[in-house]
Design a protein around this ligand. Structure first.
Ligand code: LCS
Length: 393
């Protein structure tokens, strides 16, 4: 169905989906590793790109392609690529555009392994890196060198919630012919569309808001144009980080309620942030919807909602944080985020434990920082849960 002129919610339901010849109402799962050629010439034509069709699931599969087309439609992109995990998307993007002697400038407070794989593996192959606070546009300009090939942004960043002005950062990067990749995991296309602000590639951990039900791991890359797409697709095919058809089916099912889930979650997040902001045991809280959030205006400029992710530090630092996490009952103590259930975790000892301490602190990931991903439970229950756990501190 041509969904080009439809609204976002209609695209969530219909973009990319198809009915097969047997009349399935939803896109069926093509759980097959390989596809039958009609004859030798047909096989040769498919390989030569003379005919459109399917060859082998690592290269392409109808169920996976349906999801890729949906994601591309949601992000206003040219085409999408679905991958086995968010990290497969990260490493595929690095591999596609970086090589020995090239340089990447990246947000310091990115998801730990996105930084870890650069410092431990890509560096081995001669890729140079600079991690900075990309919310400071001057710092981006200063960090770019003649060999810089990629500006990698995560906004809001995991777990500091700091924002980068995508439009302005893209202007700086493009002046120097630097490609811009934006990890849009924390917002999802419902709240932020980086390609509309000039980004070249959007990256997702589909594990989070897009799937939304904490039951699969997946990733995606959405390209702004054909040239970028072809490079990414070829890299994915060679690297082998493809998604599985059953995984694609689950993501395509989960994403249909993205706007409904996020509307509820962000409404609750605002109430919880307001509750925590005035709580005597809270040292500070970062939530883009709060007037006190230093980048509140930037959030209003590039996001259509403030999301459901927040981070806060308790008075009493790490010890107070662990007491809170050990005493919550309704909020689940687990990593990951963006699901229907509320999750709480401690980045310094969990998701960002692999980042060296000095670099972690420099990126604003303090020892007592607690990350909270608001789900869709009743907000009164969530606040009551926090209240009883805060009393234990
Ligand atoms: N990008 C961001 C912003 C993420 O938060 C994550 C995972 C990834 C990429 C990697 O995606 P994955 O391979 O896990 O699908 N973030 C996690 C987190 O904060 N807790 O557990 C995983």
């Amino acid at each position: 169905m041509d969904t080009k002129n439809l609204g976002f919610d209609s695209k969530l339901i219909h973009a990319g989906d198809f009915h097969d010849e047997k009349g399935s109402a939803v896109t069926p799962i093509y759980q097959t590793s390989t596809f039958v050629f009609k004859n030798a010439q047909h096989g040769a034509d498919l390989f030569a790109g003379k005919e459109k069709g399917y060859i082998y699931t690592r290269i392409g599969n109808p169920t996976i392609e349906a999801l890729e087309d949906k994601l591309a439609a949601l992000e206003n992109g040219y085409r999408g690529i679905a991958l086995a995990s968010g990290m497969a998307a990260v490493t595929t993007a690095y591999l596609a555009f970086l090589s020995a002697g090239s340089h990447i400038v990246s947000t310091g407070a990115v998801y730990g392994p996105s930084r870890g794989v650069m410092e431990s593996h890509f560096a081995k192959f001669g890729v140079e890196y600079t991690y900075i606070d990309t919310s400071d546009l001057n710092a981006i300009e200063k960090a770019i060198r003649p060999n810089t090939k990629m500006l990698y942004l995560e906004t809001p960043a995991n777990p500091t919630i700091s924002l980068t002005d995508i439009e302005e950062a893209c202007k700086i990067a493009h002046k120097h012919n630097v490609i811009v990749v934006v990890d849009n995991t924390f917002s999802s296309p419902y709240l932020q569309k980086p390609l509309d602000f000039g980004a070249d590639v959007v990256l997702h951990s589909l594990t989070k808001f897009i799937n939304g039900h904490a039951d699969i791991v997946g990733g995606a890359l959405i390209a702004k144009d054909e040239e970028v797409y072809k490079n990414l697709r070829k890299t994915m095919i060679y690297m082998g980080g493809n998604m599985d058809p059953h995984q694609a089916y689950l993501v395509a099912r989960g994403v249909k309620t993205l706007s409904l889930r996020l509307d509820r979650a962000q409404e609750s997040a605002m109430k919880i942030a307001e509750y925590l902001e005035t709580h005597p045991k809270i040292e500070w809280i970062k939530y883009p919807g709060l007037e006190s959030f230093e980048q509140h205006d930037l959030a209003k400029k590039q996001m259509s909602g403030f999301g459901s992710m927040m981070s806060f530090e308790l008075k009493g630092g790490h010890k107070a944080g662990t007491t809170l996490m050990d005493n919550v009952k309704l909020s689940t103590l687990a990593v990951s985020l963006g699901g229907v259930e509320t999750l709480i975790q401690h980045p310094a000892s969990m998701t960002h434990a692999g980042v060296p301490e000095n670099e972690r602190l420099e990126a604003g990931i303090t020892d007592g920082l607690v990350r909270y991903s608001v789900g869709i439970e009743n907000v009164e229950d969530l606040i009551a849960d926090l209240e009883q756990a805060l009393e234990k501190i």
